[in-house]
Design a protein around this ligand. Structure first.
Ligand code: MG
Length: 247
């Protein structure tokens, strides 16, 4: 089943997606008639760094002995087809295509054998990163946390086996990342066990499982797509942010 949130007839709906139509409250729309939103509203987005060996190598880093965790703030969430804004503070913003887990219920201290019981389903995350600030700041909060730096979607696909999914990223139609979730250093059950030993996880929380090699820059006017066939395509455009004062 694919769960979606969308706007149709000027109203927000929660429903399901099949082929070229979406359904909510017994009503049906063509996909082309609606605007998809991020499929959940996470209270927290927990991400895992350095979880594919080839990406660790391209960054010149070392493989962690335990999962390396960081947060992205909920204010960074962006829906499918939304526009990623390149902040003026950074000269180098990069895409990171990732499989993401959506938590299905409140849980704590989940052993890996029980991880499946707390997973609602899977979605895609672009872990957008200001690479220059990541290196300069030491802490990753700012580099990973700008508004629009967490595109999520297009749906939450349930009933998937996440151990072996082909993950691709295309920038302006050109293939940039092409890997498989079987290449993760720490698999999804291991991540849920490790993360839930530290934090209570809540329904709708999102876990980004790390990116494979092939990350690269985002520039004004780009189109960036992350694709796992069993889930769908998360497509976003990119613009250089204009500073606007908002209170
Ligand atoms: Mg990442």
């Amino acid at each position: 089943m694919k769960y979606v949130r969308f706007v149709a007839d000027r109203t927000e709906h929660t429903g399901t997606w099949e082929d070229h139509h979406v359904t909510a409250s017994g009503k049906r729309w063509q996909l082309s008639e609606v605007r998809l939103l991020a499929p959940c509203s996470p209270g927290k987005i927990v991400c895992v760094g350095r979880n594919y060996a080839d990406h660790v190598a391209e960054m010149g880093s070392t493989l962690p002995k335990e999962p390396l965790l960081f947060f992205k703030p909920p204010s960074a969430v962006l829906g499918p087809e939304g526009t990623i804004e390149l902040p003026k503070q950074s000269a180098r913003v990069e895409f990171e295509g990732e499989l993401a887990v959506v938590v299905g219920r409140r849980c704590r201290n989940v052993p890996r054998e029980s991880a499946g019981e707390v997973i609602w389903g899977y979605t895609l995350l672009n872990d957008v990163t200001a690479r220059d600030l990541q290196r300069a700041d030491g802490q990753w909060a700012r580099a990973k946390g700008f508004d629009t730096f967490a595109p999520i979607g297009p749906c939450i696909a349930s009933g998937l086996d996440a151990a072996n999914l082909r993950l691709r990223t295309r920038r302006n139609g050109r293939l940039a990342q092409d890997s498989d979730t079987c290449n993760m250093v720490f698999d999804v059950p291991a991540l849920i066990e490790y993360i839930s030993a530290a934090f209570t996880l809540e329904e709708g929380d999102v876990i980004g499982t790390g990116t494979p090699s092939g990350v690269g820059p985002l520039e004004d006017g780009d189109s960036i797509e992350i694709d796992i066939e069993e889930i769908g395509v998360l497509r976003n455009s990119v613009v250089r942010a204009r500073s606007t004062h908002q209170i």
